[in-house]
Design a protein around this ligand. Structure first.
Ligand code: IDP
Ligand code: MG
Length: 155
């Protein structure tokens, strides 16, 4: 069922190094996702061990963590109807060469781990990840005019 959700996005060190922060944020804005949180985060080894725990047994786990600690990352909280799925669609699948043309990963990346973005994959994980990276007072609530005219069951 359609549902207003918040989802967590991290713009990875390769996005910062390649001057793609503005371009990526612009795509989320133009889609109509509401930015309700935005900040720099310096990731620690502990945070990443937790964040990527589903990959702990992979041979690339240590290098993935080093990759993510090269520079600060930019954290975003994006709000909208079914925003978890909407954001994942805009981002594209993990391997940028397999991602659909028009997605951010397809348009700007060639390889993992340099696929520019982390985006929560389920509503349940979004809630956990949001708490991992943002304090309650860093997530904002405000009205946009477009919020006022939503019809039916989140259509
Ligand atoms: P996702 O970012 O699309 O959700 P996950 O499977 O959760 O993909 O993997 C997290 C991140 O780990 C990926 O975005 C990518 O940066 C990195 N990664 C995933 N698979 C590989 C791999 O086979 N080699 C190197 N890095 C990988
Ligand atoms: Mg993932």
């Amino acid at each position: 069922m359609a549902d207003v959700q918040k989802t967590l996005v991290l713009l990875k060190p390769d996005a910062l190094q390649r001057d793609l922060l503005g371009e990526i944020i612009r795509r989320f804005e133009l889609k109509g996702l509401k930015i309700v949180g935005l900040k720099f985060v310096r990731l620690s080894e502990e945070m990443l061990t937790e964040h990527y725990s589903h990959l702990a047994d992979k041979p690339f786990f240590a290098s993935l963590k080093s990759f993510m600690m090269q520079t600060p990352v930019v954290g975003l909280v994006l709000e909208g109807i079914d925003s978890v799925e909407a954001v994942r669609k805009i981002v594209g699948v993990t391997n940028p060469r397999a991602a659909d043309a028009g997605t951010i990963r397809a348009d700007f990346a060639m390889n993992v781990p340099s696929n520019l973005i982390h985006a929560s994959d389920t509503a349940e994980n979004a809630a956990i990840e949001l708490k991992r990276f943002f304090k309650e007072e860093e997530v904002f609530s405000y009205e946009k005019i477009t919020d006022r005219f939503q019809f039916g069951e989140g259509i």
